[in-house]
Structures are given as structure tokens and as C-alpha cells.
Design a protein around this ligand. Structure first.
Ligand code: DX5
Ligand code: ZN
Length: 220
């Protein structure tokens, strides 16, 4: 069942020079999770955050850390992110040869497992994974950068996944990532999403604006 809309600010749009304070500020401002975009310059054309940064940020918030891995391979780094304090670990099935094994690895560490579907990736990718998933993340931009425009075709994918999740009867979060604004948030939620990643939309205006930005996204 679709839950009330929750917001996961992507710290990719935060001030990297004061990342601990930024994580504390979004926590104070009403964020529901902290979305951590991990990029390797190989699976996606950008390099961001590694496990050492996740570990350093962990004491700055009691919120769940939603770690989005955009790296290949995935498996050799899962333990490091789990030990660093990730609560949810999501990965792209294209990043490794054995996504089922990767899901089992994440679950074996007591963490929640998520699959991320790129804009071109069909819904059927999850057919034989859904029984073990805690989260499905629909990319509404091509991964690699914040501040891109929402790709409308992904709304159909969200609608299909909402039906699949409800039919499964399992409490799987349906998350959308990329180009979330006050205009696109209500469309994603109407299609069935219940967890919205928001980088630009959260961090625009600096710390004094975060609470208002998050509140307006939830209300949109
Ligand atoms: C893109 C990342 C997103 C992105 C979202 O690869 O996964 O989390 O930073 O940024 P906005 O909300 O600015 O589109
Ligand atoms: Zn992300």
C-alpha cells in the first residue's frame, strides 16, 4: 500500500565543505531519510562519496541512511557501506552479473535491499527479485548528476510498479529519484510513489530554507 509521502534529501546538492552540518540541518528540517548518492566515475560519469564519508556522517543524524550505489562492481563494497552505517542499500542491476546474489548479500548483513531502475530498464527486471526487496527506486533522470529534468515516461513505470507492489502485499517502498520539484512531486505521488528523493529542491536557498522546502514538497 502506498504510504504518506516521505522526502529523502539527496546530499549530492548539499555543501560538501560542511556535510555533517548539512545532514544535521535536513534532519532538523523534517527529512525522513538521508539519501546518499555514491558514484564511481565508471558506472556513471561522476565521482562522489565513499564509505569513509558515510561513516563520518553517521553521528550527525538518527534518520535512516538510504545509500544509492551507482558503482560497478557492487558486491566488493556492500560490507563497507553496511559497516559505515547504511540502513538501505540500493544498486543498479546492470552493475553486476548477479543481482540476486547482491540482494542476498545486503540482506545477510541485516540491511534493507533496493533495486534501482534506470530510465531504460524495464519493470520486468524485478520479477524474480521482488520477494526479497524492501525498496524499488525509479530513476526519473539518467544517474550521474543532480539538477536534471524529470523524464515523464517514468510515470508509467511508477504506475505499473505500484500495482505490482500492492499485488505482492509486501511493504516495499516505491522511491523516485531525479528532477523532483513542486511541479513533478505531485505527479510522481499520483502515479504511486511514496518516497521522493529531492536534491536541488531541498537544498536551494541554504539551511534556513530546508524546513520550508521539505514541507512544501510533502504538501505539493
Ligand atoms: C542522480 C542522483 C539523484 C540526484 C537528485 O544520479 O541519484 O539523487 O542527485 O538530484 P535532483 O533532485 O537535483 O534531481
Ligand atoms: Zn540517488
Amino acid at each position: 500500500m502506498q504510504q504518506a509521502t516521505r522526502i529523502a534529501p539527496s546530499i549530492l546538492s548539499a555543501d560538501f565543505a560542511t556535510l555533517g552540518a548539512e545532514v544535521a540541518a535536513i534532519t532538523e528540517a523534517g527529512a525522513d531519510m538521508v539519501h546518499v548518492d555514491v558514484m564511481d566515475g565508471h558506472f556513471v560519469p561522476n565521482i562522489t562519496i565513499g564509505p569513509a564519508i558515510v561513516k563520518a556522517l553517521r553521528p550527525h543524524s538518527a534518520l535512516p541512511f538510504d545509500v544509492h550505489l551507482m558503482i560497478a562492481p557492487v558486491d566488493p563494497f556492500v560490507v563497507a557501506f553496511a559497516e559505515a552505517g547504511a540502513d538501505i542499500i540500493s544498486f543498479h542491476p546492470e552493475a553486476g552479473a548477479h543481482p540476486h546474489r547482491t540482494v542476498q548479500l545486503i540482506k545477510s548483513l541485516g540491511k534493507k535491499a533496493g533495486i534501482v531502475l534506470n530510465p531504460h530498464t524495464p519493470v520486468e527486471m524485478i520479477d524474480y527479485l521482488i520477494d526479497d526487496l524492501d525498496l524499488i527506486l525509479v530513476m526519473s533522470v539518467n544517474p550521474g548528476f543532480g539538477g536534471q529534468s524529470f523524464i515523464d515516461s517514468q510515470l508509467r513505470k511508477i504506475e505499473t510498479l505500484r500495482k505490482r507492489i500492492d499485488a505482492s502485499g509486501k511493504p516495499i517502498d516505491l522511491e523516485v529519484d531525479g528532477g523532483i520539484t513542486l511541479a513533478t512531486a505531485p505527479r510522481a505521488v499520483a502515479a504511486g510513489a511514496d518516497l521522493l528523493v529531492a536534491g536541488t529542491a531541498t537544498f536551494t536557498g541554504g539551511p534556513s530554507a530546508y524546513a520550508d522546502n521539505i514541507r512544501r514538497l510533502k504538501a505539493a
